[in-house]
Write a protein that binds this ligand. Structure first.
Ligand code: HEM
Length: 198
């Protein structure tokens, strides 16, 4: 939530676009937020996906190699991993690899819009914010639903913008090693919106 609101406060046109979608779909559903209405919010889904890509929450996945294998690498020489070797899969590195995500440090939710050329280029294994394989995050569907609902509710009622205390760059707390946490938190300015019918 913190990262999503920070990205939207620092990218006002994207915030306006996602709010426009939320209000339009809520209007279709008589201003109710239902499971079905949230599923229709394709741009909100892309905003969440891009937030999770750009602001890696879990930076790496630890694994132990169960049987020796040889894997392809990006530098043309295959790598053999021996049984019993501890391996750290760098989630952050994969999600910021410019070969997979052009301009990786820029917040571009459009790259995840279904049907877009960019989205088709993305390999399933290249998005691992929730891990991948048999140990994938068991809470992923819950986390996605909770994020969509909370963001839709907040963005339909409030505008988020930067203030004097908003950091220009997010600095992570090195003591929080498993889940990334922003040092000193993120301050934003919040303004209640007035809708026409009020
Ligand atoms: C944005 C929110 C979340 C992110 C980015 C996230 C990310 C992850 C990642 C990367 C893993 C390791 C997967 C692997 O090793 O392959 C994991 C595991 C796990 N997560 Fe999440 N998670 C999130 C929210 C949640 C929530 C809300 C719950 C519970 C309601 C949850 C429960 C778990 C559990 C139980 C595991 C261990 C699964 C296992 O070892 O079999 N997570 N999560």
């Amino acid at each position: 939530m913190t990262y999503a609101l920070y990205e939207l406060a620092t990218n006002p046109p994207i915030q306006e676009k996602v709010r426009g979608e939320i209000l339009q779909i809520m209007a279709k559903h008589k201003r109710n937020l239902t499971y079905e209405s949230l599923k229709d919010m394709k741009f909100l889904k892309a905003v969440i996906q891009e937030t999770l890509r750009k602001n890696t929450i879990v930076g790496f996945m630890p694994r132990v190699c169960r049987c020796s294998c040889t894997v392809r690498t990006s530098c043309n020489s295959p790598l053999t991993i021996q049984q019993g070797t501890s391996v750290l899969i760098p989630i952050h590195g994969v999600l910021h690899n410019p070969d997979l995500y052009a301009d990786p440090d820029t917040f571009l939710p459009e790259r995840f819009l279904e049907g877009e050329e960019e989205a088709n280029k993305i390999d399933r294994c290249s998005f691992m914010a929730f891990g991948i394989g048999p140990k994938v995050c068991i809470g992923e569907p819950f986390a996605r639903l909770e994020l969509s609902l909370a963001l839709a509710l907040l963005l339909s009622e409030f505008q988020f913008s930067v203030c004097d205390k908003t950091p220009s760059k997010l600095i992570f707390d090195p003591k929080k090693r498993f889940m990334s946490t922003v040092k000193n938190g993120v301050h934003l300015s919040v303004k209640r919106l007035r809708h026409k019918e009020e």
